[in-house]
Design a binder for this molecule. Structure first.
Ligand SMILES: Cc1ncc(COP(=O)(O)O)c(C=O)c1O
Length: 382
């Protein structure tokens, strides 16, 4: 008997509907624009990281409270260190929150997580993996929140957590502020006029700002937290050149952070990651900002160049990638690009309304030239 057979009855039934994350990288890829990573970081970042790593006492456990890292994040974002919950990437933070808020409401058999769709897949996968039910509400034709449909779904499904990525992955746009606020208000408990009603029954709204560094200064919604206690902000350093270090964080009221923190493994973020990210935030932040500005400028140039190719349409982006509508099925465009050694993400497997959508990460000018040359051929050959 195989190991799986011997314990099959014990596995969460949801697992049979899940597929493990296995990145697909075909042979011969030379231009990798599929994972929303930033271009390589500069010499100052590398230098401060090397110095920080050289000082790590490898025999010691990491700081379980990540105090220096939280101070450094607080200094760069304006958050209070006590309001921060730090994880091994925001993926871990999503799992921590989902796990801590997994108790079903009285009206529900399972805990419910609500998200717009299309969006970052880990909300749905994490919900399923923790035995919660994910409810997805389609975005409107401009990839913005559909407020009537979302508030209706909130009322009907009584979610525990609502995740809204803004800028959204894969669509790259920010959600309109008035729509986002309408959704936040619909999730308020009895303390604020909302739809859920009854003491302590707000849904936690998490605005995932993984890409906010590319949206321009002052675009974070973190200050709305003063008005909405059930609002939390999710951030990461993965998209600004430090994905290898796996550091993300939640900013929420200290009372909630302290509760969720009880479920966190004490040494969840390695010491090497803590000191490396802290050092970059403290001593190489200007260089990180220069990299972000370069990506934003390159994004605008690439968006314009793709839009000039017949049949392609680019959604205005506030992130480090473009959401591109293709004149022929995106699966065929992807195959053509892969033959030319270029990898982007196609969403043809995510439903018929996304069968002509590609997500293209911003790279450097040389990579963009190769991409554009290949894209121009795809329509010429179609
Ligand atoms: C919207 C969004 N949130 C979170 C993440 C995960 O980031 P991390 O690398 O911090 O786990 C991603 C990664 O693609 C993302 O697109």
């Amino acid at each position: 008997m195989r190991a799986l057979e011997s314990v099959r009855e014990l596995l969460r039934p949801e697992l049979s509907g899940l597929v493990a994350y296995v990145p697909h990288e075909p042979e011969g890829i030379e231009v990798k624009l599929d994972a929303n990573e930033a271009p390589p970081c500069g010499p100052r970042v590398r230098e401060v990281v090397a110095q920080a790593l050289a000082g790590v006492q490898l025999e010691r456990y990491p700081d379980p409270r990540a105090l220096r890292l939280k101070e450094a994040i607080a200094k760069r974002t304006g958050a209070k260190p006590a309001d921060l919950l730090v994880g091994t990437g925001s993926d871990e933070v999503i799992a921590l929150v989902t796990n801590a808020l997994s108790r079903p409401r009285r009206s529900n058999a399972l805990g419910v997580i609500l998200t717009p769709t299309p969006t970052f897949v880990m909300y749905r996968i994490t919900a399923r993996g923790h035995g919660l039910e994910p409810i997805e509400v389609p975005l409107d034709a401009a990839w913005d929140l559909d407020v009537p449909a979302t508030t209706r779904a909130i009322k009907e499904s009584q979610p525990s957590v609502v995740f809204v990525a803004s800028p959204n992955n894969p669509t790259g746009n920010r959600m309109s502020l008035d729509r986002l606020e309408a959704v936040i208000e619909a999730c308020a408990g009895s303390g604020v006029s909302g739809h859920l009603g009854g003491a302590g029954d707000a849904a936690l709204v998490i605005v995932d700002e993984a890409y906010v560094d590319y949206s321009g200064p002052g675009t974070s919604l973190r200050e709305l937290r003063t008005r909405y206690p059930h609002l939390a902000i999710l951030r990461t350093v993965s998209k600004i050149g430090l994905a290898a270090l796996r550091v993300g964080w939640l900013e929420a009221d200290v009372s909630l952070v302290d509760e969720i923190d009880k479920t966190r493994q004490p040494f969840n973020v390695s010491e090497t990651s803590q000191v490396a990210v802290a050092a970059v935030l403290e001593d190489a932040w200007d260089e990180v900002q220069e990299g972000i500005a370069r990506v934003v400028a390159a994004r605008e140039r690439l968006a314009m160049a793709i839009a000039q190719i017949e049949g392609f349409f680019v959604t205005p982006s506030a992130a480090n990638f473009l959401w591109v509508k293709t004149p022929i099925p995106s699966e065929r465009v992807l195959a053509h690009l892969v033959r030319d050694g270029i990898l982007v993400r196609s969403f043809h497997k995510s439903g018929p309304h996304l069968s002509d959508q590609l997500r293209i990460t911003i790279g450097d000018d040389t990579q963009h030239e190769r991409l554009l040359t290949s894209l121009r051929k795809v329509t010429a050959n179609a």
